[in-house]
Design a protein around this ligand. Structure first.
Ligand SMILES: Nc1nc2c(ncn2[C@@H]2O[C@H](COP(=O)(O)OP(=O)(O)OP(=O)(O)O)[C@@H](O)[C@H]2O)c(=O)[nH]1
Ligand SMILES: [Mg+2]
Length: 433
């Protein structure tokens, strides 16, 4: 199975069902009361993190996800059924971005974690809701609202505690194999590792463990696309500890300098990570050579651990050092949490625009008109677009309660002025004076 760590999908939540406009009917009864039920809620699209799927590959083939619409309400106060939610199962470590805004909308770091990425619409209320002492037979009901639609990018970042970085052939995979039960391909040609591999490293007493990620080798110029490029650095962008793996027989100081340059080009904050150096293949050189290289590497200010993945030298010391150095998960999370987009549906602020329309034929004065935008009033209207005329009185009372009349008054509206919201027009009055 190919390893896939980025996938673009489209999601559409279900619409809410419309409320019903209905009147009770019974034998021997002329006309009963309103009994239109509410529409059901639209289904949402929910991401759920599951274990053990290392790649997004499973999802390929399905790029569009839709959730069920809510059913409409019916007479006899029957409420429409809610639409079913649609779950998309993704590997732990998946981050979802809104492709249009670029914002992070979900960041799943624990198995079982769920996040709604497209909200289902609301069901409309049936006409039975809108009765009042003066309105006993409302001939209107509310429409459901549309479900949220989004273009989403899913990105998988392995959630490993420790990340191995180094030039090709430095022995990263050999180290992972020596420290864990993982079984990565190991060979003496560059770019043996083509996709990230995870292993679990246990402490000697078996009490503690951390996960370690082995990623493809990085070379000078990777930031310009040389070798396999830097894309795989995404998977170590969230590790708490970086281990630079260097081959003592090459030029470790120069290689580390170049590695850090490439990391900096990808994401400069990577260089702030807690890090250590595993100086590998030390069985191939004299101990004084290793000691000399260790001295030279001291200028980087990082702990240096001489090892031989092949011969098993220095491995217990390396492992113990990594357990010691690994930053506390909770503390780390506090400073590295991705910002989540809180999905509050922000209403546009209310604006009132005044204009004078030319007087109608025969009328003595121009018509004074107030255009209303924002404040949620237009959205409210569209929910009654089917029975706008019948709902007019209800709506103008509602808008009054919601402060529209007060705002108009402050802006200088006079009795008899026309208020215009989209295509809906009504006369302004102020019965409180
Ligand atoms: N002599 C010696 N050879 C080693 C040691 N560690 C790894 N090797 C050899 O170095 C070669 C590369 O090892 P890998 O573990 O595949 O290296 P890598 O860093 O994962 O390489 P890429 O996946 O290509 O980036 C293999 O032939 C290993 O057997 C060591 O400690 N001593
Ligand atoms: Mg490898």
């Amino acid at each position: 199975m190919a390893f896939r760590d980025v996938l673009d999908i489209e999601v559409a939540a279900g619409s809410g069902g419309d409320g019903s406009m209905s009147f009770h009917r019974a034998k021997y009864m002329e006309k009963g009361g309103p009994d239109g039920g509410h529409g059901g809620r639209g289904g949402s699209i929910i991401l759920r993190a599951i274990e053990g799927v290392e790649s997004l590959e499973r999802l390929v083939g399905q790029r569009k996800f839709k959730a069920e619409n809510g059913r409409y309400g019916e007479g006899r106060l029957r409420q429409g059924a809610d639409g079913q939610d649609t779950y998309i199962e993704v590997p732990v470590g998946t981050t979802a971005f809104d492709r249009d805004s670029g914002k992070v909308i979900a960041d799943l770091v624990r198995v079982g974690q769920e996040k709604v990425i497209a909200q289902g619409g609301y069901g409309g209320r049936g006409n039975s809701t809108f009765t009042s002492s003066t309105r006993q037979a409302p001939r209107f009901a509310e429409l459901g609202t549309p479900g949220q639609k989004r273009r989403v990018r899913l990105e998988l970042r392995l959630i490993a505690d420790v990340g191995l970085v180094g030039y090709p052939n430095a022995g990263k995979s050999s180290l992972l194999a020596a420290l864990s039960r993982a079984n990565p391909a190991i060979a003496d040609y560059p770019f043996t590792t083509l996709s990230p591999i995870l292993g679990v490293v246990e402490s000697e007493d078996g009490e503690q463990r951390f996960t370690m990620a082995d990623i493809p080798g990085i070379i000078e110029g990777a930031s310009e696309g040389k070798g396999l490029g830097l894309e795989f650095l995404r998977h170590i962008s969230r590790t708490r500890l970086l281990v630079y793996v260097l081959d003592v027989t090459r030029d470790p100081v120069e290689e580390l300098r170049q590695l850090q340059n490439e990391l900096r080009a990808y994401d400069a904050t990577l260089l702030d990570s807690v890090a250590a150096i595993a100086l590998n293949k030390t069985e191939l050189v004299d101990t004084d050579i290793t000691a000399m290289v260790e001295d030279e590497l001291a200028t980087f200010g990082l702990p240096v651990l001489p090892v031989s993945a092949k011969e098993g030298l220095g491995l217990p010391e390396l492992r113990d050092a990594l357990f010691q150095l690994l930053p506390d998960r909770e503390l780390w999370a506090q400073t590295h949490a991705l910002e989540e987009d809180v999905e509050d549906v922000r209403e546009e602020p209310l604006t009132l625009t005044f204009r004078e329309d030319a007087p109608e034929r025969g009328a003595p004065v121009p018509e004074r008109v107030w255009e209303v935008h924002g404040g949620g009033f237009e959205a409210r209207l569209t929910r009654f677009s089917r029975h706008l005329e019948d709902a007019a009185e209800y709506l103008s009372n509602l808008f009054k309660r919601q402060g529209l009349y007060a705002a108009l008054k402050r802006a200088g509206a006079r009795e008899g002025d026309t208020v215009e919201i989209g295509t809906f027009r009504f006369e302004y009055f102020n019965d409180e004076e």
